[in-house]
Design a binder for this molecule. Sequence first.
Ligand code: ATP
Ligand code: TZP
Ligand code: MG
Ligand code: MG
Length: 268
Amino acid sequence: MESKTVELRNLVKNNSPLVHNITNVVVTNFTANGLYAIGASPVMAYAKEEVGDMASISQALVLNIGTLTSTEVEAMFIAGESANKHGVPIILDPVGVGATPYRTQTAKELLNRLSIQVVRGNAAEIANLIDEQVQMHGVDSKVEINNLADLAKKAANKLNTIIVMTGKTDLITNGEILFEVRNGHPMLTKVTGTGCLLSSVVAAFCSQSDDKTTACAAAVSFYGIAAEKAIEVNQSKGPGHFQMNFIDQLYNITDETIVNNIKIKQTQ
Ligand code: ATP
Ligand code: TZP
Ligand code: MG
Ligand code: MG
């Protein structure tokens, strides 16, 4: 996985894939800056009059329901249908699914009506998508869930998509093979939007490979290594400096650092 991760990171950097994000109002700027830092080209477009055109010229589409409104949901379906028609991969971030019925119903409807290649969320969000009810604390998952690998595989099979289930250990599965990624740092949980930005980084990596399960694992590991390195230069200053240093590491991280720090294991 070392060479694959390095290769995909450099493909993103050299090809600057256009990533169309329909995302939430909390994380828009952080997501755009994070995508620039890895060498991708971000675009945020929400108007129903243009999202179909924008999705059609993009290399990946991210649908993030973090601050969804009915107008935005309408735009997500138009963009999603266009992406499907033009072979553009779709990554869904089901932020807060399980917190309110509207979020849960909307995410399920997106999965039913569109062909979605990857769902990236925390364990509670993934569980709630397949009706294994788990309590949500707003947009955060607060409950320990046992048998995370079984849950991820079940969700992948039931929803017919790749599942990227993040937390202390990240699990990536297409329902058959399963990768465990142990990179990352708890400080990522102290900065809003680190999950959302990861979904967009996953989108950028997926745009560069037909083997999307491997691309997801590579993206998640690369992202976690950047967090580990940001802590090393953070000098215990806290989340504010971490956020800044993390963006810098997404930009600066070397091939050698990736090779020396990668923690991906294929366990199934
Ligand atoms: P939540 O709302 O539950 O925080 P999220 O959408 O923000 O979910 P996370 O699961 O926090 O998504 O994942 C975002 C990033 O943070 C991932 O790279 C993940 O590996 C990392 N991460 C989350 N928790 C930890 C942890 N305890 N230790 C190390 N890395 C973590
Ligand atoms: N409220 C609605 S969306 C959002 C908040 C705080 C951002 C969630 O970001 P993440 O990446 O899931 O922590
Ligand atoms: Mg988080
Ligand atoms: Mg999230």
